[in-house]
Design a protein around this ligand. Structure first.
Ligand code: ADP
Ligand code: MG
Length: 565
């Protein structure tokens, strides 16, 4: 009896497949890069599994094999990696677990070029096979399983797939066969497959093998060889010296480790020697991933130990506020059997983290100092996350603060381009504080009555509108010895800037005069306000709400209320 079952793709996948095929078509050869990248990940995982289960090692060379059949019009990509169980196939190939999938699909416009960028950010991976194939067969056997426990998955990419248990006699791993669409014959050649592999997958650590090209004897007859040859460089890119790696290779390697289709903004590649010896190749992406704010997000830094893959998403290797950085850290000193638990409280890891953090901050500073336009784009993508560093990273607080960019009353736009250093350079004679306001939006900040006196005196105020800003300023009391002061908090003291400061006597007189009206307002607002006082902070508006100097700001109170506190 056949155990074959037919299942439907998740609705999101159907939509995604359709759009993807349409918008990535002009770049169709990336399907091979994606499948090879998956094969390489699977071998990495298999090799890692062998550390604790040496019996899995049958002595086979770990490799990816690519072949094609001109008559059948198929391309086959085979790996002897970790493989998948039946359930894992359904889980990994039939569903998109990523958060933000729906929001992502809503953003797609139907304009192929724009969508291609978005889809790139989201990552399509395995499904890119359907750009060139109208039927895909995947046969996989999980390492350690008996040969009769393999799984076969078949789909034409239009909405359903079939899945059944089958035999796989050639061992653990995954074999994917693409039945090419009518017009894809150009892919069915030694030359074109080799050139695609060299272009996109040269950096893959494992050998990518193809059958040797046919040779011709002296009569011009073709001699077909069954011998295999390796077509990529097949060494770990990060172990090569910088001079031996081209820009293109760095970029393709980024796409492999990050699962991002876009090019990176910048990278650092260096070998660190000393108490801890390690190599880092870390990238600054150009675009934020869709799950930047999702606590369950995957993929950060890959940890290797002596070139053996240990884990993805090694979150302890960089602080949380640098969680968008992608790449590889390869340690010479950590034990191969290191676990996530050990990583949590390891002095060696602390040393690697602080070293890498410094390097990454230097890389970001380098962009900030030398390419303002690029930095401004990056700040829009990652700024709110980088700012968390002021809260999280005591050691590097000043450096992170220096990287921050804000909107400001000095500009007539909501662009976040003003640094604290810019602000200080423009301070008025006698000004010794950095003034800011926090609000939900640029417009709310800009039109706040609290700004009136500052406008009148032509004093710049920073407009802080990111959700995290309130927490940031509660951790950043001063910068370059200038205290940060909210314009919306009680007893505003303009210090030397207040040219019309009333004397103590004048103040008393004003208060006496206003007393009856203040009492009246207070009774009218009983229970709603703590105090009603006169102020010199307003110019045009008759009244405004402030919080007391030490209490929470109104914005913070609102945030906490939103969070259900
Ligand atoms: P990603 O690689 O970004 O996770 P993909 O769509 O490329 O996304 O692949 C989805 C998942 O399917 C992978 O995370 C992996 O778990 C599984 N997978 C894909 N190809 C293979 C393979 N050759 N061997 C084992 N698992 C695979
Ligand atoms: Mg992939």
């Amino acid at each position: 009896m056949s155990n074959k079952q037919t299942m439907s793709f998740q609705t999101e996948i159907k939509q995604l497949l359709h759009l993807m095929i349409h918008s990535l078509y002009s770049n169709k050869e990336i399907f091979l890069r994606e499948l090879v990248s998956n094969a390489s990940d699977a071998i990495d995982k298999f090799r890692f599994e062998q550390i604790n289960k040496p019996e899995l090692n049958k002595g086979d060379e770990l490799a990816i094999t690519i072949s094609f059949d001109k008559d059948a019009k198929t391309i086959t990509i085979k790996d002897n990696g970790i493989g998948m169980t039946y359930d894992e196939v359904i889980q990994n190939i039939g569903t998109i677990a990523k958060s933000g999938t729906k929001e992502f699909l809503d953003k797609l416009s139907g304009d192929a070029k724009k969508d291609a960028n978005l889809i790139g950010q989201f990552g399509v991976g395995f499904y890119s096979a359907f750009i060139v194939a109208d039927k895909v067969t995947l046969v996989t056997l999980k390492a350690g399983e008996v040969t009769s426990k393999a799984t076969e998955w078949v789909s034409d990419g239009s909405g359903e797939f079939s899945i059944e248990t089958t035999d796989k006699l050639d061992g653990n791993g995954t074999t994917i066969t693409l039945h090419l669409k009518e017009d894809q014959d150009d892919l069915l050649s030694d030359w074109s497959l080799r050139s695609i592999i060299r272009k996109y997958s040269d950096h893959i650590n494992y050998p990518i093998k193809m059958q040797k090209m046919p040779e011709h004897d002296k009569d011009g007859k073709e001699i077909i060889s069954t011998e295999m040859e390796t077509v990529n460089k097949a060494n770990a890119l990060w172990t090569r010296s910088k001079n031996d790696v081209t820009e293109e290779e760095y970029k393709e390697f980024y796409k492999h480790v990050s699962h991002d289709f876009n090019e990176p903004a910048k990278w650092i590649h260096s070998r660190v020697e000393g108490a801890q010896e390690y190599t880092m190749l870390l990238y600054m992406p150009a675009k934020a991933p869709f799950d930047l704010y999702d606590a369950n997000r995957k993929y950060g830094i890959k940890l290797y130990i002596k070139r053996v893959f240990i884990m993805d998403d090694a979150e302890k290797l960089l602080p949380n506020y640098l969680r968008f950085i992608r790449g590889v850290i390869d340690s010479q000193d950590l034990p191969l059997n290191v676990s996530r638990e050990i990583l949590q409280s390891s002095k060696d890891i602390d040393a690697i983290r602080s070293g890498c953090t410094k390097k990454v901050l230097s890389m970001i500073e380098d962009i900030a100092n030398n390419d303002k336009d690029k930095y401004s784009e990056l700040w829009n993508e990652f700024g709110p996350v980088i700012k968390e560093g002021i809260i999280e990273d005591h050691t590097n607080k000043e450096r992170v603060a220096k990287l921050c960019r804000f909107a400001s009353t000095a500009n007539d736009s909501d662009a976040k381009t003003v640094s604290l250093d810019d602000y200080i350079a423009r301070m008025k004679d006698g000004q010794d504080k950095i003034y800011y306001i926090t609000a939900d939006s640029y417009n709310a900040a800009k039109n706040s009555p609290h700004l009136e006196i500052f406008k009148q005196k032509d004093i710049e105020v920073l407009l802080l509108t990111d959700r995290v800003d309130e927490w940031v300023v509660s951790h950043l009391f001063d910068y370059e010895k200038k205290s940060l002061v909210s314009v919306a908090k009680g007893g505003l003291d303009l210090g030397n800037l207040d040219d019309k400061k009333p004397t103590e006597e004048e103040k008393k007189e004003q208060e006496e005069k206003a007393k009856p009206i203040l009492e009246k307002i207070k009774t009218a607002l009983d229970g709603k306000v703590k105090e009603v006082v006169i102020t010199n902070r307003l110019v045009d508006s008759p009244a405004c709400l402030v919080t007391d100097g030490y209490g929470m700001s109104i914005h913070m109170e609102r945030l906490l209320r939103q969070a259900g506190q």
